[in-house]
Write a protein that binds this ligand. Sequence first.
Ligand code: ADE
Ligand code: ZN
Length: 343
Amino acid sequence: MVKFVSFIKMHDQIHNLPKIELHSHLEGTIKPALALEIAQRNSVSLDTNLFHENGSYAWSDFSSFLTAYDSVSSCLRSGKDYRDITYEYLKDCASENVIYAETFISPDHAAECGISYDDMISGIASAIDDAEQDFGIIGRIIVTCVRHLGAEQGLNVVQNMVEKPHPYIVGFGMGGDENAFTFEEFAPVFNIADEAGYPCTVHAGEICGSESVWDAMHYLPIKRIGHGVNSIEDETLLDFLSKDWRNIHLEICPGSNLALSVFPDWESHPLLSIMKKGISVSLNSDDPPFFNTTVGQEYHDSAKHFKLSVEDLKQISLMAMEASFADLKIKSRLIEKIKKFQS
Ligand code: ADE
Ligand code: ZN
């Protein structure tokens, strides 16, 4: 009984803790019901193979996940659709006491659906305004290119971003198939973002090994790495990450890693070992409905499986807010808010 009461108390404390999300893909946050609703109003027929009988998304490995992600995105047709998916995502985040969320957006996916960059951004920005007014959550945008579409396409994306600045666009990044092309080929793309003052993050060390993290740090002007969990293969790399002057932050998504079989189970997930090295980390949802998770779930699961205390989780929120691309005023205000949280 005593154990049960303390479990409930900890559960409530984790729920109430102010949380930060730094790594989600907006098109990957669309839940099946919303995808079907938007597809219906746009008269788009979604591939029936996209769904399991129970209604969840069907995919079996990283490559079929990326295909399913493209299929879900194909329901979108307008800036209003982008507004609706952003609002629903931020509303869900706020219900778990996420106070700040940066989400990756993919202009390539929008263009594939005939949606202009301007319409995409204005739809997302209006949802960010509405969500802040309705729930107090602050949302910000990281524009991303898609690695498997190549560096030429990446150049289009970054040039467009730099030519059309928006106060809610706070950074630049890249997702997609980590096996395609090299970071060296993408260096000119990231240099344009960096020189224009956009801090950068890149997916590395998720599907590929520790060499991918070395390459990302060598070739790209990055402040953060998406995942980076395969750094665990190389003790020298972990030492480097913990001592490097750039203090590179790892956006860790344990639920995604397990769903994509990057690690077979919680016991073999390296979050704790990485934290023990003193490397800055955050906990993130990546593509919540695909991996049956949310950012709140990631905090609860990490507490359970890694035996993290509420204080440990509070430190993770603080590391995340420090590593965010928010402007200094928002950053210091939200850091204070997290610090004030009493467990
Ligand atoms: N795009 C959406 N989710 C992704 C992931 N986990 N890795 C790489 N690209 C992605
Ligand atoms: Zn990701």
